[in-house]
Design a protein around this ligand. Structure first.
Ligand code: GLA
Length: 385
């Protein structure tokens, strides 16, 4: 699959632009194992890069025009490099445009324009960061072709800046960090306060476990209101508690938060505080007892998002509960919420029972047919050819 998409990206580039690309770069989507809505609160996250990728075939131009095409849209989007702004007409091209704009800004190089053609097998709208995969594939390519010299942390910031300023989604830094820093069979344990990271052996295969993605097909967009309102509630909660971010608080501060905050803000804050602790507990449990022991933490994370942060939907809850009833050790919604995917960690021999049961339950409830597949942890963004 990977090899054929690399060749296809190069061939489709040539068909579109009439000459061969300089190279093809790739970046993976990510799944977040645990640590949700903690990144923009300067907290902990523990995602991994998955074995689904975006491929960007690219060549520099002599003028300053940027042209981007893709296999998922017939439109060729173009803009002069120095005129990139937030604009609804950009559509998905806001991701490659945004990252070009951000790399130029952060590195201060005077990059030239470029042509770019994108192929991807990261499902869109499933909470697997198809957008960060585009940003990171184009990001590593331009970093190399422009000699911009940015390290991976700064490239992750470029992706986040692109989302915040050019796409208009107030997202954190987790997705780009996972896509850039991932390693085969390892999770990326990231402290979003200082961007220090450690890769940690997940050991799923050795323990006879699989991580299933249950894509509910309920579409979500983080440029819409729900994500931003959760972020605003966290910022208001931190301000009321007199700290610069919720990362400065821990469970011992909950009684004071309860006294000081209105009920909704308190529950938003409690989610972030307890979720940070769950990330630390997951990393420790994984190291000390192995992946079979982290299930209860995953499920507790789901309950917190459902009840305190209120970002789950019926389809996600159904996926999680059904997976748990049919043998998953742990399950939770993953990503920003309001749709997208749930994950379930389960013994290999229970995978088909879980998948069939979730499909049957969705059908019985009149939900759209979910897409269910296993993912493994793979390497981060790189040049392919
Ligand atoms: C989206 C954002 C991330 C993060 C998650 C929630 O994926 O892009 O920055 O905030 O939601 O954990």
């Amino acid at each position: 699959m990977t090899d054929s998409l690399i060749r296809k990206a190069a061939a489709d580039f040539e068909a579109k632009f009439g000459y061969a690309p300089t190279g093809v770069w790739s970046a993976p989507g990510r799944v977040n194992l645990i640590g949700e809505h903690t990144d923009y609160n300067q907290g902990y996250v523990f995602p991994f890069a998955i074995n689904r990728h975006t491929f960007a075939a690219i060549a520099l131009r002599e003028d300053n025009l940027v042209r981007v095409g893709s296999s998922f849209s017939p439109t060729l989007h173009e803009v002069p490099l120095d005129s990139i702004t937030r604009d609804d007409k950009n559509d998905w091209a806001a991701y490659p445009f945004g990252v070009a704009w951000a790399i130029a800004k952060l590195s201060e190089v005077a990059g030239s324009g470029f042509d770019c053609y994108i192929e991807s097998d990261v499902p869109v709208g499933a909470g697997l960061s198809s957008s960060a995969a585009i940003e990171c594939a184009v990001g590593v390519a331009l970093n190399e072709l422009w000699n911009a010299g940015l390290d991976k942390k700064t490239l992750a910031k470029a992706g986040q800046l692109a989302e915040n300023e050019i796409v208009g989604a107030p997202t954190g830094i987790m997705d780009q960090s996972a896509s850039l820093l991932g390693e085969a069979d390892h999770g990326v344990f990231l402290d979003c306060r200082n961007l220090e990271s450690q890769v940690i052996d997940l050991g799923f295969a050795k323990a006879g476990l699989e991580l299933l993605i249950i894509d509910t097909k309920v579409a979500h967009r983080h440029a819409d209101g729900g994500y931003a309102s959760r972020r605003a509630a966290c910022e208001a909660g931190a301000a009321a508690m007199g700290v610069s971010s919720l990362r400065e608080l821990n469970e011992s501060n909950l009684p004071k938060a309860h006294d000081l905050l209105d009920n909704t803000t308190f529950r938003r804050v409690r989610h972030v505080i307890t979720e940070n602790q769950r990330v630390l507990d997951t990393v420790r449990t994984l190291r000390e007892q192995g992946p079979g022991a982290i299930g209860a933490l995953l499920y507790a994370s789901h309950e917190s998002m459902r009840d305190d942060f209120e970002i789950s939907v019926d389809e996600l809850d159904t996926a999680v509960e059904t997976a748990m009833r049919h043998g998953a050790f742990g399950a939770r919604m993953t990503g920003g919420g309001f749709g997208g995917a749930a994950i379930a960690l389960a013994p290999t021999e229970r995978i088909s029972e879980i998948s069939l049961s979730v499909i049957a339950e969705f059908e019985a409830l009149g939900f759209a047919k979910p897409e269910i597949f296993a993912v493994s942890a793979g390497p981060g963004a790189r040049r392919e050819i």
